[in-house]
Ligand binder design. Structure first.
Ligand SMILES: [Zn+2]
Length: 273
């Protein structure tokens, strides 16, 4: 059984055929899918999908590039949504210095991240982290700022300490991955690991222990080879699993087993109807 721990199924790209998308995922062996919100409206949509489909679970929060929409009042509603049983994480949250260049707006991202981290601790649900550097560098200020915020937070955790969250679509270097894994974070691998140019990412994935990896499609984005140019969907986790299997010189089954048990450990989820 496979798991897709990151897909944005509420986006308009899926409006016409969501039932078919979920059916194809099930046929491909995808047992569970996690849909993270990006603001209040999409968090509500994620929860609604999760409460409609047994195999879908949700996360709620403000994406760092959507902070212009953040308000204390709306965040109260995020906190209420976070209590619902099919919400298994807070996210996607984090820092994005690729799209956001102004010092003040980057500061706003860091400030608004803090109540999300508090919320995760309070409701005992892990965080889904988005991290993107200026110019897509492998490391830099965004990585350092995020790790500097997470490390003191992690020290204060109790129940979440052993499984605080995942670095979604991780594109950094081994040193940052190690700092994250030292705090028991998981590392999310997307279809970008199949792209010809991403040799350094494959090298990194080869060095990650299998008990730290999660597979995510990031649908409808980051479509893996050979479907690049088309809409991505959760059934494509198989292609990412195959690439990780190739890198680790093992089978798709072994990768499916490892990453699904990692996801189970992180989210503690069960199929509920
Ligand atoms: Zn995302």
């Amino acid at each position: 059984m496979l798991t897709d721990t990151h897909c944005h199924l509420y986006l308009e790209q899926f409006a016409g055929d969501i039932d078919d998308v979920i059916r194809r995922a099930t046929e491909a062996g995808v047992e569970k899918m996690l849909v993270p919100g990006m603001d209040l409206e999409t968090s509500r949509q994620a929860v609604q999908l999760a409460e409609t489909y047994p195999s879908i679970f949700a996360a709620v929060g403000y994406h760092p590039t959507d902070m212009q929409k953040f308000s204390a009042e709306d965040f109260d509603e995020i906190c209420r949504l976070a209590e619902r049983p099919k919400v298994v994480a807070i996210g996607e949250i984090g820092l994005d210095y690729y799209w956001v260049k102004e010092t003040e707006k980057r500061m706003e991202q860091r400030q608004n991240l803090l109540p999300h981290l508090e919320l995760a601790d309070k409701v005992n649900k892990p965080v889904i982290l988005h991290l993107r550097e200026d110019n897509d560098a492998e490391s830099g200020n965004a990585t350092n700022d995020l790790l500097d915020i997470l490390e003191p937070w992690h020290k204060t955790l109790t129940a979440l300490k052993s499984h605080p969250g995942v670095f979604h679509s991780f594109n950094g270097n081994l040193e940052s991955a190690q700092r994250a894994m030292d705090m028991n974070f998981f590392i999310g691998v997307t279809g970008s690991v199949t792209y010809k140019k991403n040799e350094s990412q494959r090298e990194l994935v080869g060095k990650l222990p299998l008990d730290r990896i999660l597979i995510e499609t990031d649908s409808p984005f980051q479509t893996p080879v050979p479907h690049r140019g088309k809409r991505n969907e959760p059934a494509n986790v198989t292609l990412i699993a195959d690439k990780i299997a190739e890198i680790h010189r093992t089978t798709r089954e072994a990768i499916a087993h490892a990453t699904t048990s990692n996801a189970n450990r992180l989210f503690g989820w069960e199929i509920t109807t």
